[in-house]
Design a protein around this ligand. Structure first.
Ligand code: FES
Length: 121
């Protein structure tokens, strides 16, 4: 049987009858479309060492988003959404070329800034 003092149960798991902890969603959620996430996206963030941006794509998780980091063969770093806009294949298995990253499925070419440069057929 629970003990009740001043109208509250003391076995709520809180110390000294304090109110239970709660998460302030406005401050801790940083995904796209959230207030803090939109604020954080206005600033630069160190996400990897320069040496980690290579012609081999690397998975990065930043502000609740999965991204693909790579460096094209002309030396430009790219950080892209990991899914190809054509059929959603992961760009992690893409082939890095001079101008960007080539989707492994149908061969759409994306520049380091995400611009679609070439679509076969
Ligand atoms: S899924 Fe990437 S080109 Fe088709």
């Amino acid at each position: 049987m629970a003990d009740i003092r001043v109208g509250r149960k003391i076995d709520e798991g809180t110390g000294y009858g304090r109110p239970p902890q709660h998460v302030d969603d406005e401050l801790v959620r940083v995904g796209p479309g959230t207030p803090c996430g939109e604020l954080m996206r206005r600033y630069w963030h160190p996400i990897a060492l320069t040496s980690e941006a290579t012609t081999r794509p690397k998975k990065i998780r930043l502000l609740g988003e999965d991204l693909i980091l790579f460096r094209d063969r002309k030396g430009r770093p790219g950080l892209l959404y990991p899914r190809c806009m054509h059929r959603g294949t992961t760009l992690f298995y893409g082939k890095v070329e001079d101008e960007g990253i080539l989707c492994c499925y149908h061969g759409v070419l994306f520049a380091a800034d995400g611009t679609c440069l070439d679509q076969p057929c």
